[in-house]
Write a protein that binds this ligand. Structure first.
Ligand SMILES: Cc1ncc(C[n+]2csc(CCOP(=O)(O)OP(=O)(O)O)c2C)c(N)n1
Ligand SMILES: [Mg+2]
Length: 366
């Protein structure tokens, strides 16, 4: 079990809790294993609420000019990151898009180092040279943070190939938005994974929009998990606002990948509460305020908190204290980022090419 994990720079991070997933050989996991005990559910709540509080401050930092470039918030989708990453082992791999803050935090990466990256500072997870869209951590097998829509999907397939080739039992989870399913790279990559039976869990976070274009205006089919049929790939769809539904679907897919070396295409239906990026209006252009408000009634954090409240597992005082702790942790991350220096000019020439013939590289990849 891991709840509060130590991170890169020794600071406590609020990672998604982990529990051994139930069910081997593709057997469906039991409801008890999915829901865990009260302490586990509290950790799920903590993980989601931490992402929310962190990103609320990101919006503030962006408005103040402390964060530059692009910045895509994940608010509303936190049950997907927490639910998914609570199923993985530390030696599994994760790869994602530019909407990556929540997943990095749920994976246990240091909030301080993530915030420093957003601020473009030297102590950031990518040395301050990547920014919001390019969070990486070798320690956490977190392979980015990618800005090109669909560009990371073939990389995930390659990692799946490498795992199988080396005889490992890890899996790779590849998060993507629903617009990715209309790119060529998606089809090439999923075909290979289906053909070669690779341990990859492809997760489509279907938040209904690609920038300002709705799924219905962009895709010939709307149950997009069905695209897996073209690649003979196991596939499923689940509710992304319910963290337990996410855990259940991901547990089955991960077990299938780990024990049977089979890929899965999972469509997780969610909704983003903010604009596409910080430069986009929240509503009033491509979606109505009424639509947004309807979806906000299914806020994943409120759903979990209310169910625990009703079961008598937490009370208002518990939530208030938790919130206070998390806000302080985010403030500490902000302060850390703010005092971190900008990368020196020489950093421009560092980490540009890897000398794959060097001894250091040979040892690292052995
Ligand atoms: C190849 C490519 N084309 C266009 C863009 C511009 N772009 C950035 S995000 C985005 C929409 C992606 O939507 P989706 O995959 O649904 O992810 P979401 O933003 O909803 O998480 C587009 C078109 C890009 N980054 N890469
Ligand atoms: Mg989308």
């Amino acid at each position: 079990m891991a709840t509060k994990k130590k991170s890169d720079n020794g600071a406590a991070a609020t990672a998604a809790p982990t529990r051994k997933a139930a069910g081997g050989n593709g057997a469906a996991a039991s409801s008890d294993a999915i829901r865990g005990d009260v302490e586990f559910r509290k950790e799920l709540l903590r993980s989601m609420l931490f992402q929310r509080r962190f990103e609320e401050r990101c919006a503030e930092a962006y408005a103040l000019g402390k964060i530059g470039g692009f910045c895509h918030l994940y608010i509303g989708q936190e049950a997907v990151s927490t639910g998914t990453l609570s199923v993985l082992r530390p030696d599994d791999y994760v790869i994602t898009t530019y909407r990556d803050h929540g997943q990095a935090l749920a994976r246990g990466m240091s909030a301080k180092a993530v915030m420093a990256e957003l601020f473009g500072r030297q102590d950031g997870v990518s040395g301050g040279k990547g920014g919001s869209m390019h969070l990486f951590s070798k320690e956490h097998n977190f392979l980015g943070g990618h800005g090109i829509v669909g560009g990371h999907v073939p990389i995930a397939t390659g990692v799946g190939f490498a795992i199988k080739y080396r005889g490992g039992d890890q899996v790779i989870v590849c998060f993507m938005g629903e617009s990715v399913v209309n790119t060529g790279a998606f089809h090439e990559a999923l075909n290979m994974a289906g053909l070669w039976k690779l341990p990859v869990v492809y997760i489509i976070e279907n938040n209904r929009y690609g920038m300002g274009t709705s799924l219905e205006r962009a895709s010939a089919i709307h149950d997009i998990y069905e695209r897996g049929a073209a690649y003979n790939m196991p596939r499923a769809q689940c509710d992304g606002q319910d963290v337990f539904e996410v855990r259940k679907a991901v547990t089955e897919a991960v077990e299938r990948a780990r024990t049977e070396k089979l890929p899965t295409l999972l469509e997780i239906r969610t909704y983003r509460f903010m604009g596409h990026s910080m430069s986009d209006a929240v509503s009033g252009t491509y979606r109505t305020k009424a639509e947004l408000e309807e979806h906000m009634r299914r806020d994943p954090i409120v759903l979990l908190r209310s169910s625990m409240h009703e079961a008598g597992e937490i009370d208002d005082a518990y939530v208030a204290k938790l919130d206070e702790e998390l806000k302080k942790e985010v403030q500490d991350a902000w302060d850390f980022a703010d005092q971190s220096p900008e990368p020196p000019l020489e950093a421009l020439y560092q980490d540009v090419l890897v000398d794959t013939t060097s001894d250091e590289h040979a040892t690292a990849s052995a």
